[in-house]
Design a protein around this ligand. Structure first.
Ligand code: UD1
Length: 437
């Protein structure tokens, strides 16, 4: 297994370059399954999740090739003759469940495994299933699989309200509705930039969609869709993560440049809260420059759907609070129990307590290097962040979580001045925390 070894105290000088968005690339890949022909997606990040989803798509019949140097993915979906997404693959990544909508849209039938559990709490798919039923699907649950079919081979379309709003369910329902017989309506739809970029790509394939970026999306089904040729958007969570790294590990007073990001996708709440910490931040069309202040102010945040504070930046924000001058809280209203990073950050010396869905951080406690364990994607990057400012060496174990969503992170950080390396280690049976080799 791999770990990241971070020798704390080096200054993050930059520049850092943001790659393509994971959470937009995955639905774009699902969209390609809808078209009878070859689609091409550029600016696709070289990530474990992209490779996993490529395999999920291959099972259904399409040929998928990834040119990782060119960050270009080609999907030939001329043949989709096995509308199945097996447990062995779906359990690795929840977004594989997008195959439900993609296969219903393309074939009018699907057998998709229910996603495996995520380390940070129950993540149901009830809205995906109920929504698909509202659009005309017959659904049965059998041996851990969702077996869906559209009578007559095509969904009718229909109306469904998401409660709560869900990124994944909005994407799945769009995938199903764009090739339905009739019209559909998604209420309380997700407004995340990832959903908008995906919806615009569907439009470029010939889909009839109104209301993208609002809470009500209306779709008029069409008979066929053209293959897609699209450039993926920059990863807004990677941009936000780099901004927080610059605010914590930069040299006070010296700007750190972050390139090729789309800051308009961050949402206003994150930008407002970030500015309140005392950082100097300058937004240009593709470049964000962040200057760390001498003292960071403690600023409380509460996650919310876009344009609220992203839950995917909550763990990283918690690290910033550990360095701030005072006490503040981080509340997660989207995932109540997304605090698996806290015990690990405590191991590094941070003074944090969790009550319900709120972490209270008393800033200023000395952070010291230790061995810590990744538990999920965003938690793992928060541990790297803490390691960068710790006194001594931090070993972040089980970085396969991080590799799901951060492209060549250690290479990017090394080039920007951070002392970090990847090492192999063996995890022994009966030793869940692992022992460094
Ligand atoms: C997506 C993102 C993830 C991000 C999350 C919230 C991808 C691949 N992943 O995940 O990085 O953290 O949005 O911004 O894009 N819910 C239900 N029933 C359902 C579906 C969801 O109750 O059927 C609830 C969830 O438990 C959660 C809320 O809805 O409380 C939002 O989840 P959702 O937007 O669906 O998250 P994902 O699409 O899985």
């Amino acid at each position: 297994m791999d770990k990241l070894v971070v020798h704390g105290g080096a200054s993050l000088d930059g520049p850092l370059t943001v790659g393509g968005s994971k959470n937009t690339a995955l639905p774009l890949m699902a969209a390609a399954v809808l078209a009878d022909g070859t689609s091409r997606i550029t600016k696709v990040p070289d990530l474990r999740d992209v490779r996993t989803f490529s395999n999920v798509i291959r099972v259904a019949g399409p040929a998928v090739t990834f040119d990782d140097d060119a960050h270009t993915l080609t999907i030939d979906a001329s043949t989709v003759d096995h509308p199945v997404a097996p447990y062995e693959l779906v359990k690795k990544m929840r977004a594989s469940f997008y195959m439900l909508g993609a296969l219903m849209g393309r074939c009018g039938e699907a057998k998709v495994s229910l996603p495996g559990g995520c380390a940070w709490g129950p993540r149901p798919v009830d809205l995906h299933i109920k929504g698909m039923e509202a659009f005309g699907a017959d659904i049965e649950l059998e041996e851990g699989y969702v077996i869906a079919s559209a009578p007559g081979g095509r969904l009718d379309g229909g109306s469904f309200r998401l409660e709560p709003s869900s990124v994944g369910a909005t994407i799945n329902l769009l995938l199903g509705a764009v090739r339905a017989e009739g019209a559909s309506r998604i209420e309380n739809a997700a407004q995340e930039p990832d959903v908008v970029a995906f919806g615009e790509a569907l439009q470029s394939m010939g889909a009839q969609i109104d209301g993208l970026g609002t809470d009500t999306i209306e779709i008029q089904g069409v008979d066929r869709l053209d293959p897609i040729s699209v450039r993926n958007t920059p990863d807004r969570i990677e941009l936000g993560t780099f901004m927080l790294m610059a605010a914590t590990a930069g040299t006070p007073g010296t700007p750190v440049e972050i390139r090729e990001g789309a800051h308009e996708h961050l949402g206003q709440n994150f930008k407002d809260k970030f500015a309140e910490t005392g950082v100097d931040v300058n937004y240009e069309p593709e470049t964000v420059t962040v200057t760390r202040p001498e003292t960071l102010r403690p600023v409380s945040i509460e996650t919310a759907p876009y344009p609220g504070f992203p839950t995917d930046l909550q763990a990283q924000w918690t690290v910033l609070l550990g360095l701030a001058d005072g006490t503040a809280t981080a509340t997660d209203t989207i995932y109540d129990d997304r605090f698996k990073h806290v015990p690990e950050l405590q191991r590094l010396g941070m003074d944090i307590s969790v009550d319900g869905n709120t972490a209270t951080v008393h800033g200023g406690a000395p952070i010291k290097g230790a061995q810590v364990m990744s538990t999920d994607l965003r938690a793992s990057v928060s541990l790297v962040m803490a390691g960068m400012v710790a006194d001594g060496t931090t070993h972040v174990l089980r970085v396969y979580h991080l590799d799901r969503g951060y492209e060549h992170l250690e290479g990017k950080l090394q080039a920007a001045g951070i002392d970090i390396e990847r090492q192999e280690y063996e995890e022994f049976e009966g030793d869940p925390a692992g022992t460094p080799a």
